[in-house]
Design a protein around this ligand. Structure first.
Ligand SMILES: Cc1cc2nc3c(=O)[nH]c(=O)nc-3n(C[C@H](O)[C@H](O)[C@H](O)COP(=O)(O)O)c2cc1C
Length: 240
């Protein structure tokens, strides 16, 4: 039976990237501990906004989630990628060729996702009929190329937030559905830790003041960001 060690877990981490760049092996102490002898380096957490509406409630929630992640350590860089306006044909995942004149913006995202310095990825989606947006599903299906590329997303930490127009509009079902895809990629899926128990960020955009006025939802969003950052830091061996 193959034994997965902690060294395997840092395969995609910023520590490994730094070691490769420096032409040195990852020292055992750096990969085995977050404390003494831990690696110095930086890591990145990116958020993918899967609303077809640019800059709306899902994007606003992801910004808050990333801010919370960044507060965990000054060694964390963050980036929001909005899929709104991008052409991501889902059928290409199954090898169906593009129609003449049809555009595909997904290939440009591939190096940004698989970059070894990216230690965590947060997916944000609106709830559409109790599930993720079609843009989100197309994006996740297209990530099959990363799965085929030696599990390029494997062992990166993943978290999910869902924004619905109703308080209980299917946010948790949606999160679980996205989780399933991320688990297939062998990502390390986390919920939002404390205060818990929650599966991820669950937001009601119909609150007074919109999504960011949803106090309960914002607490889940911030704790998700912190949880993704904390687990990614632990796995990377970077000292906060
Ligand atoms: C096709 C469609 C289906 C929707 N289904 C649900 C739903 O099942 N549950 C819910 O709470 N909100 C539902 N909504 C509302 C959106 O989730 C909500 O407006 C959300 O804030 C949109 O995110 P955005 O502002 O980032 O685009 C639906 C909206 C659309 C367009």
């Amino acid at each position: 039976m193959e034994v997965i060690t902690r060294r395997d877990l840092v395969k995609n981490s910023a520590v490994a990237a730094a070691a490769v760049a420096a032409g040195t092996a990852v020292p055992a102490a750096a990969s085995d501990s977050t404390n003494a002898g831990g690696a110095v380096g930086r890591m990145k957490i990116i958020a993918i906004c899967c609303s077809p509406r640019k800059g709306k409630s899902t994007a606003a929630c992801l910004r808050i989630c990333l801010d919370a992640a960044k507060e965990v350590s000054r060694k964390i860089d963050v980036e929001l990628i909005e899929l709104a306006g991008k052409q991501i044909p889902g059928s290409l995942a199954a090898g169906v060729p593009l129609e003449p004149g049809q555009k595909d913006d997904f290939p440009k995202l591939v190096p940004r996702l698989s970059d070894p310095s990216v230690a965590g990825i947060i997916i944000g989606t609106p709830v559409y009929f109790g599930n993720m947006s079609s843009l989100c599903k197309a994006f996740l299906d297209r990530c099959i190329v990363l799965w085929q590329d030696n599990l390029a997303l494997g062992n990166k930490v993943a978290g999910v937030l869902a924004v619905g127009g109703s308080r209980n509009g299917g946010q948790e079902l949606t999160i679980q559905s996205v989780h399933t895809s991320l688990l297939c990629q062998q990502m390390i899926v986390v919920g939002n830790g404390q205060p818990g128990p929650r599966l991820g960020g669950t937001v009601w955009s119909g609150a007074n003041g919109g999504a960011t006025g949803d106090e309960f939802g914002m607490a889940t969003v911030r704790s998700l960001g912190r949880r993704v950052a904390e687990v990614a830091l632990r796995l990377s061996g970077i000292v906060a």
